[in-house]
Design a binder for this molecule. Structure first.
Ligand SMILES: [Zn+2]
Length: 276
């Protein structure tokens, strides 16, 4: 599932490819992917708009459009979504749900085999009010997200640390991969209560989070499922993951077999010796 580093990679690539381009036409095959407004209004309102900026918030890709007071086209990749910008003549793959024809002969294509993705269009305030865009916690790479800020977010919380890291209202952008990787690097058990972290442990977790996310961004994200970047290429971080996907294999630090448990409905891999 694409997390912060994967979505950031796509946003950065699209910034240089689609900002300033005008959407000439919009083809939507799967109306159910559009959560706001109605699929008909979504298609009608996209045609003729210029893409002014591409940014990321949590796991959401935000495309600011010309006119109508800075409306956003919002793309959430769900589990298996890809959002690529390719020449119009490139062969069309299966599982395409949306194609935007741009004025430079390229197409933005939304493809999703499992269809857990979401497409939204509207002003941010309206999307928040409609409940289709959730209120997200702080960005872990924002300079304002300090070790003290993380400690305050976790203080008094009895839920397992990993469940809190996955909660987008606590911190935005983390999913199963990087929550496990950060807990391992910080030497913290993912099932201990979030509120049990000392100031020092929270600072370690803070540094581990930044480290795993920045390293993954530098490597173009992890392609463990269908993830592809905006050019359709896989990431390289999956080869460097220390615990995710390695249940039962030896810990790279101490050699003990990595344990796997279920936490917050997700399989969670950690080392019983290195993580306390
Ligand atoms: Zn270990």
């Amino acid at each position: 599932m694409p997390e912060l580093p994967e979505v950031e990679t796509v946003a950065a690539q699209l910034r240089s490819r689609v900002v300033g381009r005008t959407i000439l036409a919009c083809r939507l095959w799967t109306p159910g992917m559009v959560r706001h407004p109605s699929p008909d209004a979504f298609v009608l309102r996209l045609a003729g708009r210029r893409i002014e900026a591409v940014t990321r918030r949590g796991k959401y890709l935000l495309h600011r459009l010309s006119g109508c007071g800075g409306e956003l086209l919002v793309v959430h990749l769900g589990m298996t979504g890809t959002w690529t910008c390719v020449p119009a003549e490139a062969p069309e793959p299966g599982h395409l749900h949306l194609v935007l024809e741009l004025d430079d002969g390229c197409q933005l294509r939304y493809r999703d085999t499992r269809r857990f993705g979401r497409l939204l269009l509207g002003a941010e305030a309206d999307l928040l009010a409609a409940g289709v865009l959730p209120r997200l916690g702080p960005e872990p790479l924002d300079p304002a997200f300090t070790p003290e800020a993380l400690h305050r977010l976790l203080r008094g919380r009895r839920a397992p640390l990993k469940a809190l890291l996955l909660d987008q209202r606590v911190v935005a952008g983390l999913g199963n991969i990087y929550a496990d990787e950060a807990c391992f690097r910080a030497g913290l058990r993912p099932d201990r209560p979030g509120g049990s972290l000392s100031r020092r442990s929270a600072a370690r977790l803070h540094d581990a989070l930044r480290e795993v996310l920045l390293e993954a961004i530098a490597n173009g994200g992890s392609s463990v499922d269908d993830y592809r970047d905006a050019r359709g290429e896989p990431g390289r971080q999956q080869e460097r993951l220390l615990v995710y996907g390695r249940a039962g294999r030896p810990c790279l630090r101490c050699g003990r077999r990595l344990a796997v448990i279920r936490l917050a409905g997700r399989s969670t891999v950690f080392c019983r010796r290195c993580q306390r």
